[in-house]
Design a protein around this ligand. Structure first.
Ligand SMILES: Nc1nc2c(ncn2[C@@H]2O[C@H](COP(=O)(O)OP(=O)(O)OP(=O)(O)O)[C@@H](O)[C@H]2O)c(=O)[nH]1
Ligand SMILES: [Mg+2]
Length: 238
């Protein structure tokens, strides 16, 4: 299988890292960005395209450019505004999202690509499966609660609705109109599930955040809960 994945995608239909864009929002991540981009290069042999939508006032964009990433500058307007711009800017048929804070295991990128090649439309990294000990307890509680809320409204058990690490077939991204900002991560799981795409959650390790969070957990949590309810009800009415 590895041999198949390493050959030209034109020959056998399997995607390689030449077909992958890794995209992220970056907001004052100078403590983390170098390590994250190096980890992506290591995992993909430097073959993936990397897109950063950046709103920083620190050295993040310069470091990202030095590491060969395409950097698109944007006023800070929130997670979803940045990530949806990054998704739209991605040029390749498989798109992977991550946070730029060192929490997500970039060494798992080959596994995510294998799952896409196995036929899944969306592969979602489930941080809660292994316990997420490095996540602040309030956030961990909230993330479990969001998953239960979404599961109840979807009628299907999902385990981590707010993870930042997923792989998508580009058709999924292009076929759906994305509306949420702080809740975009949940929306990116819920709408494909509700529309019958093949979605797989796969357990991942979750690391300690590098650098400072820019998120207010209470306001952010309320916005995410609202997005989950709105998006699930909208999908039911379709
Ligand atoms: N360009 C841009 N990026 C953003 C913005 N808000 C967040 N980000 C980035 O989006 C990613 C996710 O934000 P995080 O702060 O990691 O949010 P989180 O994972 O929910 O919470 P913590 O990791 O605990 O801080 C990070 O790479 C941020 O730098 C923004 O307004 N603009
Ligand atoms: Mg994060």
């Amino acid at each position: 299988m590895q041999q198949i994945a390493d050959t030209d995608s034109q020959d056998d239909g399997a995607y390689t890292f030449e077909d992958v864009s890794v995209v992220m929002g970056t907001y004052n991540e100078e403590a983390a960005v170098g390590g994250v981009l190096e980890a992506i290069d290591d995992a993909t042999d430097g073959a993936a395209e990397v897109v950063c939508v950046d709103s920083s006032t620190d050295r993040t964009p310069a470091i990202a450019r030095d590491h060969g990433a395409r950097v698109i500058e944007q006023e800070p307007q929130g997670y979803g505004v940045a990530v949806s711009a990054a998704l739209a800017a991605a040029e390749r048929p498989v798109v992977v999202t991550t946070d730029c804070d060192g929490t997500y295991p970039m060494e798992r990128l080959p596994d995510f690509l294998d799952e896409i090649n196995a036929g899944y439309d969306v592969v979602s990294g489930d941080r809660l499966y292994h316990g997420a000990d490095t996540m602040p307890p309030f956030n961990r509680f909230g993330n479990h609660a969001f998953a239960l809320l979404a599961s109840a409204l979807l009628g299907e058990r999902v385990h981590d609705t707010t993870t930042g690490m997923r792989a998508y077939r580009r058709e999924v991204i292009d076929a759906i109109e994305w509306t949420e900002n702080t809740g975009l991560s949940a929306e990116l799981l819920i709408r494909p599930l509700a529309r019958g795409y093949d979605v797989r959650e796969t357990p991942i390790e979750y690391g300690e955040r590098r650098g400072e969070t820019t998120l207010d957990p209470l306001a952010g949590g309320a916005a995410i809960a609202r997005s989950i309810v709105d998006v699930c009800l909208e999908e039911r009415r379709r």
